[in-house]
Design a protein around this ligand. Structure first.
Ligand code: GMT
Length: 386
């Protein structure tokens, strides 16, 4: 399916982390949308991105092979990426390489440009996604390199005003940052009819369904999900559905056991078709701690499914979730607040439906992939003309 394109056809390289994670999803969906609009897109990654499951004539995938060598305790992925980029740029005459997540992609792209030389000149755009600035980039061992990568990028974008502001605070005001929010695949993530049948497979009759999806890293405070759920269950029959996996998983399972909640919690692991579960939830919990979500793609995906979100008043989430309109925002760690908000909506079906409808409408109005892709297209043109 092709969509109208108002800018010249371009050859674009996209670099991202291909595993579970919002930045890889955003990069993949953007690449597919650019292809649908007639551009040629080359993904350069160490594995096929998870959501890249479609065939297109203008879609190319180039693997970054990282050689394990006995001398290397840590194989230099950044060098392998830079070398692969040079090969791709030379062979396919790319106009622009768009890297997602600054570390180390922005530096690899710059190195590739230096190595490719004038004859194969290309522009670079770096999209900041969050922890590449707030955690990894701010870390002493990466800070100087991250700042260098941003300075050497021809264009830098951030997924929220909040992340742009944090980047300026940490790295100075020199690099102009364009804010282009993430989009959500509105066809894939949509409210579903016939919910009753699917819900029967997910929960017992009468149970409200609470969902959480993440990479279970400490910043996500998944233990708060369990604590909030425990409090919700004191008032409302409910089931918790956990999607994803990560370093905190065993602690979370222990907490579930300690609270005696094993029979009420379903762990789905890192399933790929999360869109077949999310629409059947009544509420989505994302109690992320400091420094917060730069954006909160999982929250947006839930909203697109018509599911209200309870999250924290931190980072870029308040730009996505509107308190008392599409969900609720509480302070980090305030499980009482999160549980009270959840119970107030779960026990009021009209309000719950209103929140869900408003969530979907907001996703459609502000995060439509066609609109966001058009923003990237015009940004690319500005960078290419500079
Ligand atoms: O920074 C991370 O935690 C990883 C990154 C990712 O690759 O999933 O997540 C960030 O990028 C997403 C896509 O832009 C955002 O929706 C997430 O909020 C953001 N995570 C954080 O800021 C913690």
């Amino acid at each position: 399916m092709s969509e109208p394109r108002r800018t010249p056809r371009r050859r674009i390289g996209i670099v991202c982390y291909p595993t579970f994670g919002g930045s890889g999803v955003v990069a993949t969906e953007l690449g597919l949308n650019l292809i649908r609009r007639g551009h040629e897109v080359h993904f350069v990654c160490y594995a096929v991105p998870l959501r890249l499951r479609e065939y297109h004539q203008n879609l190319y995938y180039h693997v970054v092979e990282v050689l394990p060598y006995p001398l290397f305790k840590y194989s230099p992925y950044d060098l392998a990426l830079a070398s692969t980029l040079v090969d791709v740029v030379k062979k396919h005459e790319l106009d622009l390489v768009h890297v997602h997540y600054a570390v180390p992609h922005a530096i690899s792209a710059h190195l590739a440009r230096e190595m490719a030389g004038e004859k194969h000149a290309f522009k670079t755009v770096t999209t900041l996604h969050g922890t590449d600035i707030t955690i990894v980039g701010a870390e002493r061992s990466y800070r100087v390199a991250t700042e260098f990568g941003l300075r050497k990028s021809d264009g830098v974008t951030a997924v929220s005003d909040s992340l742009a502001a944090t980047t300026r605070r940490l790295f100075g005001n020199e690099t102009p940052i364009e804010v282009i929010p993430n989009s959500v695949n509105l066809e894939r993530f949509r409210p579903r009819k016939n919910r009753r049948e699917a819900r029967r497979r997910l929960a017992r009759p009468g149970e409200k369904i609470i969902a959480h999806a993440s990479n279970f890293r400490p910043v996500k405070r998944v233990h708060d999900v369990v604590k909030v759920f425990r409090k919700i269950r004191e008032k409302v029959p409910a089931r918790l559905i956990m999607l994803g996996d990560g370093p905190e998983m065993s602690k979370v399972v222990s907490l579930v056991d300690r609270y005696g909640l094993r029979q009420s919690v379903t762990f789905f692991g890192p399933i790929e078709d999360i869109e077949n579960v999310l629409p059947y939830a009544d509420m989505f919990l994302l109690p992320t701690g400091k420094p917060g979500e730069s954006f909160g793609l999982a929250a947006l995906e839930s909203m697109a499914c018509g599911v209200p979100v309870i999250s924290t008043r931190l980072g870029g989430t308040p730009e996505v979730v509107v308190h008392e309109e599409t969900g609720f925002l509480c302070d980090v760690g305030d499980v009482e607040c999160m549980a009270a908000m959840a119970v107030s909506a779960l026990t009021d079906p009209r309000r719950l439906r209103k929140l869900g409808n408003a969530a979907r409408r907001r996703a459609e109005r502000l995060y439509d992939p066609a609109d966001i892709t058009a923003l990237y297209e015009s940004y690319y043109e500005r960078i290419l003309a500079s």
